[in-house]
Every structure is written in C-alpha cells, then in structure tokens.
Write a protein that binds this ligand. Structure first.
Ligand code: FMN
Length: 211
C-alpha cells in the first residue's frame, strides 16, 4: 500500500462566503445536492447518520436521503433497527454528507421525528415491488441464521402479497429537524471555507468558522 502520508489533494474547485450562501440552509443544501446529482457520482444522496444509544455511545451508518421538505431532510428505514431503537431513546442525531468530487461536506445536527403513517405509505408505495417485499422480509439489525432463511421468507411474502404490498408498521420515514448546519468547501493550502448556521428562535445566525 502507498504511504498514506504521501496522499495529498489541494482543493481549488469553488468557494463559499457569508454573502454568497443562501440565508435558508435547507435551500443551500438543495443547491449543493443538485450540484452533486448533476456531477453523476454513484450515490449523491448518500449520507452518514450518527445516533447515540441510551449509554451515550455513538454509532454511524450510511443511508440515502429521500426528500427535503420545509421542515428538514427525510430518510426511510426499519423502525426496529439499531438506529430506530437509538432514535427512540435519544432523538438527537447528526447527518453528514461528503461529496469528494465537489470538495464539499455538509454537517447537520438536530432532533429526529417519525413521519406519519400516511407520509411513509405514500413513499413506500413508490418503491419497486421487490424493495417493498424486502422491507417486510428483513428484521433489520437482528442476527440472521443464513441468507437462505431470508430468501425463503422473501418467497413466502411474495405468495402472501402477489400484487399490493401494504406498509409494514415497523418501517417508515424519519425527518431531521435541524438546529445546526455547517457547509464546508475545500480551499487551497487547507484554508477551507466553513459557514455555520445556528438556530436562534426562528431565524438562522450565520458565521464563518476557522478552517
Ligand atoms: C449506499 C448505502 C445506502 C444505504 N441506504 C439505506 C437506507 O436508505 N435505509 C436503510 O435502512 N439502510 C440503508 N443502508 C444500510 C445501512 O447503512 C445499515 O446497514 C442499516 O440501515 C442497518 O443499520 P443499523 O443496524 O445501524 O440500524 C445503506 C447502506 C449503504 C452503503
């Protein structure tokens, strides 16, 4: 393997300042997401969700963003998964987006709330048939004896639900209600741009942070 200390990239693609950033961080996030989607990378909507368990121990995993409404970013998962249980005991979480081709990172912190059954169902019904069956088949984050056990379950669920697949009560969406954003744009010589949004009452305070 190459000596990791010899790997260096100088970032020169773009810049960001208090005046050019959108005063609504959700709009700024949409703009950067749009740039990421147009750059044709494999998973532009992928982000790392970090949660904390009841012993204050953090855990992280990659998820896909499925929407942004006027309240915050939205994603879908199994409510009984490890992350689901952690969110249940502590709604504080962080989301991290990193787009290397754009030399950009977004950090978001806030509280997570469940979508309504109707909101989740609306999205669930847009998923491909096999993904809907997969949501039913997987007891996400529990120990599985073998892959065969899972495939057998998939087969029996396909017989049970040959056409319409209802939304499982243990599966659905979450929305992050953001209290903090940081937009990071890589710059030359490690003198990066960092623009922070902190919520004060109902408005956002915007500051530049040291790189
Ligand atoms: C690119 C990528 C996208 C993923 N998207 C999702 C997703 O949208 N929802 C989900 O539940 N898991 C998704 N996963 C799987 C999660 O990373 C994780 O394995 C799973 O949610 C179980 O996490 P947990 O045990 O911490 O609850 C994705 C993984 C990768 C690598």
């Amino acid at each position: 393997m190459k000596n990791l200390q010899d790997i260096r990239t100088d970032y020169k693609k773009s810049k960001l300042d208090n005046n050019s950033v959108n005063s609504n961080p959700l709009e700024q996030m949409k703009l950067w997401l749009d740039n990421a989607i147009k750059s044709e990378m494999l998973e532009p909507t992928a982000f790392v969700l970090s949660t904390v368990n009841s012993d204050n121990k953090p855990s992280s995993r990659v998820l896909l963003l499925k929407g942004i409404d006027e309240q915050g970013p939205i994603f879908y998962t199994n409510y009984n998964s490890r992350k689901g249980n952690e969110i249940e005991s502590n709604p504080n979480a962080s989301m991290l987006f990193f787009w290397d081709v754009l030399e950009r990172q977004i950090r978001i912190e806030g509280k997570i709330e469940k979508l309504t059954y109707e909101e989740s169902d609306k999205y669930f019904q847009t998923r491909p048939y096999t993904s809907k069956i997969g949501a039913w088949a997987s007891k996400q984050s529990t120990v599985l004896h073998s892959r065969f056990t899972l495939l057998r379950k998939v087969a029996s669920l396909m017989i049970k639900y040959p056409m319409h697949v209802p939304l499982p009560e243990f599966w659905g969406g979450y929305r992050m209600i953001p209290e903090y954003f940081e937009f990071w744009q890589g710059r030359e010589s490690r003198l990066h741009d960092r623009i922070r949004f902190t919520k004060s009452d109902s408005s956002w305070q915007i500051d530049r942070l040291s790189p």
